[in-house]
Design a protein around this ligand. Structure first.
Ligand SMILES: O=P(O)(O)O[C@H]1O[C@H](CO)[C@@H](O)[C@H]1O
Ligand SMILES: O=c1cc[nH]c(=O)[nH]1
Length: 360
Protein backbone atom coordinates (compact mmCIF):
# COMPACT_ATOMS: atom_id res chain seq x y z
CA UNK A 1 0.00 0.00 0.00
CA UNK A 2 1.40 3.34 -0.84
CA UNK A 3 -0.43 6.14 0.90
CA UNK A 4 -1.13 9.66 -0.06
CA UNK A 5 -1.35 12.26 2.63
CA UNK A 6 -4.78 13.45 3.75
CA UNK A 7 -4.56 15.77 6.71
CA UNK A 8 -2.71 13.86 9.37
CA UNK A 9 -3.80 10.52 7.98
CA UNK A 10 -3.32 8.22 5.06
CA UNK A 11 -5.37 6.71 2.32
CA UNK A 12 -4.78 3.14 1.24
CA UNK A 13 -4.84 3.77 -2.45
CA UNK A 14 -8.59 3.01 -2.67
CA UNK A 15 -9.45 6.40 -1.26
CA UNK A 16 -10.28 4.91 2.12
CA UNK A 17 -9.31 7.08 5.06
CA UNK A 18 -7.39 4.82 7.41
CA UNK A 19 -7.02 7.33 10.16
CA UNK A 20 -10.40 6.85 11.82
CA UNK A 21 -9.68 7.27 15.54
CA UNK A 22 -12.20 4.64 16.60
CA UNK A 23 -10.97 1.85 14.39
CA UNK A 24 -9.77 -1.36 15.90
CA UNK A 25 -7.12 -3.21 13.96
CA UNK A 26 -8.62 -4.21 10.64
CA UNK A 27 -8.31 -7.98 10.43
CA UNK A 28 -9.48 -9.08 7.04
CA UNK A 29 -9.15 -11.89 4.54
CA UNK A 30 -6.05 -10.05 3.35
CA UNK A 31 -4.29 -10.81 6.61
CA UNK A 32 -5.99 -14.02 7.86
CA UNK A 33 -6.80 -17.50 6.61
CA UNK A 34 -10.00 -19.30 7.56
CA UNK A 35 -8.50 -20.76 10.74
CA UNK A 36 -7.12 -17.45 12.01
CA UNK A 37 -3.55 -18.12 10.90
CA UNK A 38 -1.57 -15.17 9.61
CA UNK A 39 -1.71 -14.48 5.86
CA UNK A 40 1.10 -12.37 4.47
CA UNK A 41 0.53 -9.36 2.26
CA UNK A 42 3.36 -10.57 0.07
CA UNK A 43 2.61 -13.17 -2.61
CA UNK A 44 6.33 -13.80 -3.15
CA UNK A 45 6.89 -15.65 0.10
CA UNK A 46 4.79 -18.72 -0.56
CA UNK A 47 6.43 -19.13 -3.96
CA UNK A 48 9.90 -19.31 -2.41
CA UNK A 49 11.56 -22.69 -1.77
CA UNK A 50 12.69 -21.46 1.58
CA UNK A 51 12.57 -18.28 3.60
CA UNK A 52 15.60 -17.45 5.70
CA UNK A 53 14.75 -15.28 8.69
CA UNK A 54 18.31 -14.06 8.73
CA UNK A 55 18.24 -11.79 11.79
CA UNK A 56 16.50 -14.45 13.88
CA UNK A 57 18.85 -17.27 12.84
CA UNK A 58 15.83 -19.33 11.71
CA UNK A 59 14.59 -20.63 8.37
CA UNK A 60 11.45 -22.18 6.97
CA UNK A 61 13.35 -25.24 5.68
CA UNK A 62 16.13 -25.49 8.26
CA UNK A 63 13.66 -25.46 11.19
CA UNK A 64 10.26 -26.99 11.82
CA UNK A 65 8.69 -23.62 12.56
CA UNK A 66 5.19 -25.06 13.09
CA UNK A 67 6.52 -27.47 15.70
CA UNK A 68 8.72 -24.84 17.35
CA UNK A 69 6.35 -21.86 17.31
CA UNK A 70 2.88 -23.03 16.26
CA UNK A 71 1.41 -22.48 19.73
CA UNK A 72 2.59 -18.85 20.06
CA UNK A 73 -0.21 -16.47 21.01
CA UNK A 74 1.69 -13.50 22.45
CA UNK A 75 4.80 -11.81 21.10
CA UNK A 76 6.36 -9.41 23.61
CA UNK A 77 9.17 -7.10 22.53
CA UNK A 78 11.43 -4.65 24.30
CA UNK A 79 14.72 -2.94 23.59
CA UNK A 80 17.27 -4.98 25.50
CA UNK A 81 18.14 -8.70 25.57
CA UNK A 82 18.40 -8.57 29.38
CA UNK A 83 14.91 -7.14 29.84
CA UNK A 84 13.42 -9.73 27.54
CA UNK A 85 15.27 -12.58 29.29
CA UNK A 86 13.93 -11.27 32.62
CA UNK A 87 10.45 -11.01 31.14
CA UNK A 88 10.66 -14.61 29.91
CA UNK A 89 11.57 -15.77 33.42
CA UNK A 90 8.84 -13.61 34.96
CA UNK A 91 6.07 -14.73 32.62
CA UNK A 92 7.15 -18.34 33.13
CA UNK A 93 6.41 -17.97 36.85
CA UNK A 94 3.22 -16.01 36.26
CA UNK A 95 1.64 -18.55 33.92
CA UNK A 96 3.07 -21.53 35.79
CA UNK A 97 4.98 -22.80 32.78
CA UNK A 98 7.51 -25.56 33.53
CA UNK A 99 10.55 -26.22 31.41
CA UNK A 100 11.43 -29.89 30.90
CA UNK A 101 13.64 -31.14 33.78
CA UNK A 102 17.31 -30.38 33.26
CA UNK A 103 16.68 -27.66 30.67
CA UNK A 104 16.88 -23.89 30.89
CA UNK A 105 15.68 -20.92 28.89
CA UNK A 106 17.65 -20.66 25.69
CA UNK A 107 18.19 -17.69 23.40
CA UNK A 108 16.74 -19.13 20.20
CA UNK A 109 18.29 -16.37 18.06
CA UNK A 110 21.67 -16.27 19.78
CA UNK A 111 23.59 -17.12 16.58
CA UNK A 112 22.11 -14.15 14.77
CA UNK A 113 24.10 -11.94 17.15
CA UNK A 114 21.36 -9.35 16.55
CA UNK A 115 18.23 -10.05 18.56
CA UNK A 116 17.52 -12.38 21.49
CA UNK A 117 14.42 -14.56 21.56
CA UNK A 118 12.99 -16.70 24.35
CA UNK A 119 9.94 -18.93 24.21
CA UNK A 120 7.80 -19.70 27.24
CA UNK A 121 4.78 -21.78 26.18
CA UNK A 122 2.52 -19.46 24.15
CA UNK A 123 4.71 -16.39 24.83
CA UNK A 124 7.68 -15.19 22.77
CA UNK A 125 9.93 -12.62 24.39
CA UNK A 126 12.20 -10.82 21.91
CA UNK A 127 14.62 -7.89 22.07
CA UNK A 128 14.24 -5.31 19.29
CA UNK A 129 17.20 -2.95 19.74
CA UNK A 130 16.82 0.82 19.39
CA UNK A 131 14.83 2.78 16.85
CA UNK A 132 12.65 2.29 13.78
CA UNK A 133 15.06 0.42 11.47
CA UNK A 134 15.90 -2.13 14.14
CA UNK A 135 12.32 -2.87 15.23
CA UNK A 136 11.17 -2.69 11.58
CA UNK A 137 13.50 -5.48 10.46
CA UNK A 138 12.48 -7.56 13.46
CA UNK A 139 8.77 -7.05 12.75
CA UNK A 140 9.11 -8.17 9.13
CA UNK A 141 10.78 -11.38 10.27
CA UNK A 142 8.53 -12.04 13.28
CA UNK A 143 5.38 -11.48 11.19
CA UNK A 144 6.78 -13.95 8.65
CA UNK A 145 7.57 -16.30 11.51
CA UNK A 146 3.92 -16.13 12.60
CA UNK A 147 2.93 -17.04 9.03
CA UNK A 148 5.36 -19.94 8.66
CA UNK A 149 4.51 -21.27 12.12
CA UNK A 150 0.76 -20.96 11.44
CA UNK A 151 0.15 -19.02 14.64
CA UNK A 152 -3.46 -18.02 15.11
CA UNK A 153 -4.43 -14.44 15.87
CA UNK A 154 -1.21 -13.53 17.68
CA UNK A 155 -1.19 -10.39 19.85
CA UNK A 156 1.97 -8.26 19.97
CA UNK A 157 3.16 -6.06 22.85
CA UNK A 158 6.01 -3.62 23.13
CA UNK A 159 7.23 -3.41 26.71
CA UNK A 160 9.39 -0.31 26.81
CA UNK A 161 10.84 2.73 28.51
CA UNK A 162 10.28 6.37 27.58
CA UNK A 163 10.48 9.97 28.70
CA UNK A 164 7.26 11.29 30.24
CA UNK A 165 5.75 14.65 29.26
CA UNK A 166 4.47 16.10 32.51
CA UNK A 167 4.48 12.61 34.05
CA UNK A 168 6.72 11.52 36.91
CA UNK A 169 9.36 8.83 36.47
CA UNK A 170 7.81 5.44 37.21
CA UNK A 171 4.46 6.27 35.55
CA UNK A 172 3.19 3.62 33.15
CA UNK A 173 1.84 4.85 29.80
CA UNK A 174 -0.35 2.74 27.50
CA UNK A 175 -0.19 4.28 24.03
CA UNK A 176 -3.55 4.95 22.42
CA UNK A 177 -1.96 6.65 19.41
CA UNK A 178 1.51 6.96 17.94
CA UNK A 179 2.90 10.02 16.17
CA UNK A 180 6.30 11.00 14.79
CA UNK A 181 8.30 14.11 15.71
CA UNK A 182 6.20 16.16 13.27
CA UNK A 183 3.04 14.82 14.96
CA UNK A 184 2.11 12.74 11.91
CA UNK A 185 0.18 9.63 12.88
CA UNK A 186 1.90 7.43 10.37
CA UNK A 187 5.17 5.65 9.78
CA UNK A 188 6.97 6.58 6.60
CA UNK A 189 9.70 4.71 4.84
CA UNK A 190 11.30 5.25 1.42
CA UNK A 191 10.48 2.29 -0.88
CA UNK A 192 11.83 2.24 -4.46
CA UNK A 193 12.57 5.95 -4.19
CA UNK A 194 9.09 6.91 -3.00
CA UNK A 195 7.91 7.68 0.51
CA UNK A 196 5.41 5.05 1.63
CA UNK A 197 3.23 6.11 4.57
CA UNK A 198 1.43 3.58 6.70
CA UNK A 199 -1.09 4.59 9.37
CA UNK A 200 0.29 4.07 12.86
CA UNK A 201 -2.83 2.65 14.53
CA UNK A 202 -3.21 0.79 17.77
CA UNK A 203 -6.17 -1.29 18.87
CA UNK A 204 -8.34 0.94 21.08
CA UNK A 205 -10.11 -2.01 22.65
CA UNK A 206 -6.84 -3.56 23.73
CA UNK A 207 -5.84 -0.20 25.25
CA UNK A 208 -9.04 -0.23 27.33
CA UNK A 209 -8.55 -3.84 28.39
CA UNK A 210 -5.01 -3.09 29.52
CA UNK A 211 -6.06 0.07 31.35
CA UNK A 212 -8.73 -1.94 33.16
CA UNK A 213 -6.01 -4.26 34.43
CA UNK A 214 -4.17 -1.42 36.18
CA UNK A 215 -4.75 -2.06 39.85
CA UNK A 216 -5.81 0.90 42.04
CA UNK A 217 -3.37 -0.51 44.62
CA UNK A 218 -0.40 -0.25 42.25
CA UNK A 219 1.98 2.27 43.86
CA UNK A 220 2.22 4.21 40.58
CA UNK A 221 -0.09 5.73 37.97
CA UNK A 222 -1.06 4.03 34.75
CA UNK A 223 -2.32 6.43 32.08
CA UNK A 224 -3.19 6.38 28.39
CA UNK A 225 -2.16 8.87 25.73
CA UNK A 226 -0.40 9.54 22.48
CA UNK A 227 3.21 8.41 22.24
CA UNK A 228 5.70 10.35 20.19
CA UNK A 229 8.23 8.26 18.30
CA UNK A 230 11.55 10.07 17.73
CA UNK A 231 14.36 9.00 15.42
CA UNK A 232 16.96 10.02 17.97
CA UNK A 233 17.39 10.14 21.74
CA UNK A 234 18.99 13.61 21.89
CA UNK A 235 18.12 16.35 19.38
CA UNK A 236 15.17 14.30 18.09
CA UNK A 237 13.66 14.44 21.60
CA UNK A 238 14.60 18.10 22.20
CA UNK A 239 17.32 17.30 24.73
CA UNK A 240 19.85 19.94 25.67
CA UNK A 241 22.56 17.40 26.57
CA UNK A 242 23.52 15.79 23.24
CA UNK A 243 26.87 16.28 21.49
CA UNK A 244 25.14 19.03 19.50
CA UNK A 245 22.42 21.50 20.38
CA UNK A 246 21.42 24.48 18.25
CA UNK A 247 18.36 25.57 20.24
CA UNK A 248 17.73 27.18 23.61
CA UNK A 249 16.08 25.81 26.73
CA UNK A 250 13.10 28.08 25.97
CA UNK A 251 12.80 26.50 22.49
CA UNK A 252 12.88 23.05 24.05
CA UNK A 253 10.19 23.90 26.59
CA UNK A 254 8.01 25.51 23.94
CA UNK A 255 8.25 22.28 21.87
CA UNK A 256 7.46 20.01 24.82
CA UNK A 257 4.49 22.21 25.76
CA UNK A 258 3.26 21.95 22.18
CA UNK A 259 3.53 18.17 22.36
CA UNK A 260 1.68 18.14 25.67
CA UNK A 261 -1.13 20.33 24.34
CA UNK A 262 -1.51 17.84 21.45
CA UNK A 263 -2.11 14.97 23.87
CA UNK A 264 1.42 13.54 23.72
CA UNK A 265 2.29 12.00 27.05
CA UNK A 266 5.56 10.27 26.34
CA UNK A 267 8.47 9.98 23.90
CA UNK A 268 10.26 6.84 22.79
CA UNK A 269 11.72 5.54 19.54
CA UNK A 270 9.70 2.66 18.07
CA UNK A 271 5.99 3.46 18.46
CA UNK A 272 5.03 4.49 14.90
CA UNK A 273 6.92 1.61 13.28
CA UNK A 274 5.49 -0.92 15.72
CA UNK A 275 1.93 0.42 15.41
CA UNK A 276 2.05 0.74 11.61
CA UNK A 277 3.61 -2.62 10.76
CA UNK A 278 1.42 -4.62 13.16
CA UNK A 279 -1.64 -2.75 11.89
CA UNK A 280 -0.69 -3.43 8.26
CA UNK A 281 -0.33 -7.11 9.14
CA UNK A 282 -3.74 -7.11 10.86
CA UNK A 283 -2.10 -7.97 14.17
CA UNK A 284 -3.61 -6.64 17.36
CA UNK A 285 -0.88 -4.78 19.25
CA UNK A 286 -0.22 -2.52 22.21
CA UNK A 287 2.63 -0.44 23.59
CA UNK A 288 3.18 -0.16 27.34
CA UNK A 289 6.12 1.94 28.53
CA UNK A 290 7.39 3.22 31.84
CA UNK A 291 8.65 6.81 32.04
CA UNK A 292 12.26 7.05 33.23
CA UNK A 293 11.93 10.79 33.91
CA UNK A 294 9.68 13.77 33.36
CA UNK A 295 11.11 15.58 30.35
CA UNK A 296 9.52 18.85 31.51
CA UNK A 297 11.99 18.66 34.41
CA UNK A 298 15.19 17.47 32.77
CA UNK A 299 17.04 15.46 30.19
CA UNK A 300 19.51 13.17 31.95
CA UNK A 301 18.42 9.78 33.25
CA UNK A 302 19.89 10.01 36.74
CA UNK A 303 17.59 7.72 38.74
CA UNK A 304 19.59 4.95 40.50
CA UNK A 305 19.95 1.68 38.58
CA UNK A 306 18.01 -0.37 41.15
CA UNK A 307 15.06 2.01 40.91
CA UNK A 308 15.15 1.90 37.08
CA UNK A 309 15.21 -1.88 37.23
CA UNK A 310 12.10 -1.92 39.41
CA UNK A 311 10.34 0.62 37.16
CA UNK A 312 11.06 -1.51 34.07
CA UNK A 313 9.03 -4.32 35.65
CA UNK A 314 5.86 -2.24 35.64
CA UNK A 315 4.91 -2.61 31.95
CA UNK A 316 5.80 -6.31 32.28
CA UNK A 317 3.41 -6.70 35.21
CA UNK A 318 0.53 -5.16 33.24
CA UNK A 319 1.16 -7.26 30.13
CA UNK A 320 1.54 -10.40 32.28
CA UNK A 321 -1.87 -9.66 33.84
CA UNK A 322 -3.36 -9.51 30.36
CA UNK A 323 -1.73 -12.76 29.25
CA UNK A 324 -2.73 -14.56 32.45
CA UNK A 325 -6.29 -13.34 32.19
CA UNK A 326 -6.46 -14.42 28.57
CA UNK A 327 -5.12 -17.89 29.34
CA UNK A 328 -7.43 -18.31 32.32
CA UNK A 329 -10.47 -17.12 30.42
CA UNK A 330 -9.87 -18.80 27.10
CA UNK A 331 -8.12 -21.78 28.71
CA UNK A 332 -7.55 -23.26 25.31
CA UNK A 333 -3.81 -22.92 25.06
CA UNK A 334 -1.66 -25.71 26.37
CA UNK A 335 1.08 -24.33 28.57
CA UNK A 336 3.50 -27.11 27.75
CA UNK A 337 4.75 -25.25 24.73
CA UNK A 338 3.37 -27.78 22.26
CA UNK A 339 0.56 -28.36 20.02
CA UNK A 340 -2.84 -27.04 20.84
CA UNK A 341 -2.50 -23.81 18.88
CA UNK A 342 -0.59 -25.41 16.03
CA UNK A 343 -2.49 -26.12 12.84
CA UNK A 344 -0.96 -28.96 10.94
CA UNK A 345 -3.40 -29.13 8.04
CA UNK A 346 -2.72 -27.16 4.86
CA UNK A 347 -4.52 -23.86 5.06
CA UNK A 348 -3.45 -21.98 2.01
CA UNK A 349 -6.16 -20.23 0.03
CA UNK A 350 -8.78 -20.83 2.70
CA UNK A 351 -10.16 -17.47 3.59
CA UNK A 352 -12.65 -15.82 5.86
CA UNK A 353 -13.19 -14.44 9.22
CA UNK A 354 -11.14 -14.92 12.31
CA UNK A 355 -12.52 -15.60 15.73
CA UNK A 356 -12.87 -12.74 18.17
CA UNK A 357 -9.87 -12.15 20.41
CA UNK A 358 -11.68 -10.46 23.22
CA UNK A 359 -12.31 -12.02 26.57
CA UNK A 360 -14.22 -9.62 28.72
O1 LIG B 1 13.53 0.86 26.63
P1 LIG B 1 13.32 0.51 25.21
O2 LIG B 1 12.22 -0.38 24.98
O3 LIG B 1 14.62 -0.05 24.65
O4 LIG B 1 13.04 1.84 24.36
C1 LIG B 1 13.48 3.14 24.59
O5 LIG B 1 14.84 3.24 25.03
C2 LIG B 1 15.70 3.49 23.92
C3 LIG B 1 16.50 4.76 24.18
O6 LIG B 1 17.17 4.69 25.37
C4 LIG B 1 14.81 3.63 22.70
O7 LIG B 1 14.85 2.46 21.93
C5 LIG B 1 13.46 3.92 23.31
O8 LIG B 1 12.35 3.61 22.52
O1 LIG C 1 13.69 9.98 27.53
C1 LIG C 1 13.68 8.83 27.10
C2 LIG C 1 13.79 7.70 27.95
C3 LIG C 1 13.79 6.46 27.39
N1 LIG C 1 13.71 6.33 26.05
C4 LIG C 1 13.59 7.40 25.22
O2 LIG C 1 13.53 7.25 24.00
N2 LIG C 1 13.57 8.62 25.78
Amino acid sequence: MSCTKSGNGCTNGNGVDNNNEDDAVEISTETRYLDGTVRLRNPNIELMDQDILYHLALGSESHDLVEMFGDVKFVCMGGTPKRMFNFAEYIMKEIGHKLPTGTQLMDISQYSYRYSMYKVGPVLSISHGMGAPSIGILLHEVIKLMYHARCRDPVFFRIGTCGGIGLEGGTVIISDNAADGMMNKYYQVPVLGKLVKRPAKLDKKLVKELKALANPDDPYDTVTGTTMCADDFYEGQGRLDGAFCDYSEADKMEYLERLRSNGIRNIEMEATTFAALTHHAGIKAAIVCVALLDRMKGDQVCTPKEVLTEWQLRPQILVARYIKRYLQTKGRISLDGHGSMAVKSPRRFKLVQQESQTFE
